[in-house]
Design a protein. Structure first.
Length: 206
């Protein structure tokens, strides 16, 4: 059952990225699974209770907190223009999804150039370390047990942080999901690796 849940969450990430940005995330994941030793050496695992990752950016401090409960053909634009930043980090703003967060210069942004809303953030030195951002109505919730779900607050907005792990190679898969208080769209931020932790720790709702 747990393996089924893992594949479901990975499938959600793959479908969202492929449909919104035209990126073949599923193929990358298959390549990752075929090289589990390389994956273990390149992806740094972090526990749900690990210390927050902070960046010295114009976005000040993160508003994410826990509640102590367990036009191109491909449809995306590479190196999307940032909103601003400093030498240590760049502030990215998604007006369509109504969120902003900071990312380091080791991350490449591929933003949707279609009517769909979303972006993909990829570690330049490790393409398997990526994060998908999308927003739309009624995004399905990952069917995970309660011990794999954390209650979070983004400012005053409630959110759910889902944790899962591939039983094959131990790869961490995480997803943050909440409903935007103004647009009423569901906002989905999913991925794995250090890039995911960096982004959600500086997340703000606009």
């Amino acid at each position: 059952m747990r393996l089924k849940n893992t594949y479901y969450l990975i499938l959600v990430l793959s479908i969202l990225a492929a449909l919104i940005l035209g990126l073949n995330i599923g193929k990358r994941m298959q390549q990752t699974k075929s090289n589990p030793d390389q994956t273990q050496n390149t992806i740094q695992e972090e526990s749900p209770t690990s210390a927050p990752i902070t960046l010295d950016t114009t976005n000040s401090t993160s508003s994410l907190s826990g509640i102590n409960n367990a036009g191109s053909e491909s449809g995306f634009l590479k190196n999307a223009a940032p909103s601003g930043g400093t030498a240590k980090g760049t502030l990215y703003t998604s007006k369509s999804c109504g969120v902003s967060f900071s990312y380091p210069d080791t991350v490449m942004v591929e933003e949707s150039t279609t009517d769909a809303k979303g972006a993909v953030f990829t570690n330049k030195s490790n393409p398997t370390d990526m994060v998908v951002l999308t927003c739309q109505k009624d995004i399905p919730k990952p069917p995970l047990p309660s011990q794999n779900i954390e209650d979070r607050l983004i400012g005053t907005t409630p959110a759910k942080l889902y944790h899962d792990t591939s039983q094959k190679d131990g790869t961490r898969v995480d997803a943050l999901l909440f409903t935007h208080p103004k647009t009423k769209l569901d906002v989905f931020i999913g991925g794995y690796g250090t890039t995911f932790n960096t982004l959600i720790q500086s997340l703000k709702i606009l």
